[in-house]
Write a protein of this length. Structure first.
Length: 296
């Protein structure tokens, strides 16, 4: 009887030990790539149509910052450009009178040429007519050159103004709050009618469609883990049950570190561990900061 009792006690002890054995190799907490979206302009926030928990698309406009003063400065610069360009000479109209003189000189030259053939004019008269044509042509060339230089100078005078307009266009575009990445709003830092300055955080966003479990493994497990290795991720649903997810190791640290206080590994006696990141597709149940376990 004594022997049987001893065997039963030993069996119960072994069962208890097996029951306390962790069903996982490492544990950690879930995190995501969080992006803080800041204002790119200074002014009063006119609209900011976001709330915590709202899912946003990349490229979606979610707000606007007052841009009236920028718009008025742009209109002023446009008016200055028009005023400068209004001084440009009309080359065609100013040269037209000389072109008429050229046509008249050419007709006179042709008339004298006919008279010379009929011995009714002298060679000097023809030379004078040819000289008159040359003079008018040079006058046209000189006037065109002068007016062209004036026009080019006025065009160049508007270039700095056009650059300023481009700068204002860029500043005006930044008055629109455009969400740059797809994700869920985690924290909202500002409200409509508040004053925004360049660089002021407006909200924080993260893509939670996939989430990352940062866990820690021992040196023995380090040799077994590989990039792109599929693993099982376990998450508590209650005190007794787990929910299982498929995960993939996407990063393994090459440097050992002391075991974080909040992390338990399979070998709790290990002082040094290696961090790994496991990407898990989120069905909506996983949250940032939740604990998860890994089965390699």
């Amino acid at each position: 009887m004594k022997t049987i009792s001893t065997l039963v006690a030993t069996a119960l002890l072994l069962a208890a030990c097996n029951g306390n054995k962790n069903p996982y190799d490492a544990s950690g907490t879930f995190e995501a790539v969080e992006t803080i979206i800041a204002a790119e302009a200074t002014g009063t926030i006119k609209t900011l149509s976001i709330e915590e928990g709202l899912t946003l698309q990349a490229g979606q406009q979610v707000g606007s910052i007052d841009s009236v003063q920028l718009y008025l400065r742009k209109k002023q610069l446009q008016a200055q450009i028009l005023a400068v360009l209004s001084k440009k000479p009309n080359i065609a109209s100013q040269v037209s009178s000389l072109r008429e003189q050229l046509k008249q000189a050419e007709r006179e030259q042709q008339r004298i040429t006919r008279l010379l053939k009929a011995d009714a004019a002298t060679q000097k008269q023809l030379d004078d007519a040819n000289a008159q044509i040359a003079i008018v042509q040079k006058q046209i060339e000189a006037l065109q050159s002068s007016l062209g230089i004036t026009s080019s100078s006025l065009n160049e005078e508007t270039l700095p103004l056009q650059v300023q307009i481009e700068q204002l266009n860029d500043q005006l575009s930044k008055c629109k709050v455009i969400n740059p990445v797809k994700g869920t709003v985690l924290t909202k830092y500002a409200e409509a009618n508040e004053m925004a300055t360049t660089g002021k955080p407006l909200y924080k966003i993260a893509d939670l469609s996939t989430i990352i479990l940062r866990a820690y493994i021992t040196g023995d497990q380090f040799a077994q883990a590989k990039i792109n290795q599929p693993v099982k991720v376990l998450v508590d649903t209650d005190h007794e049950n787990y929910k299982t997810y498929e995960g993939t190791i996407e990063w393994i640290s090459d440097k050992a570190e002391f075991t974080p206080k909040t992390i338990q590994t399979k070998d709790e006696r290990a002082n040094l561990v290696y961090a790994i990141k496991i990407r898990v597709k989120n069905d909506g149940f996983l949250k940032i900061g939740m604990y998860g376990e890994v089965k390699l």
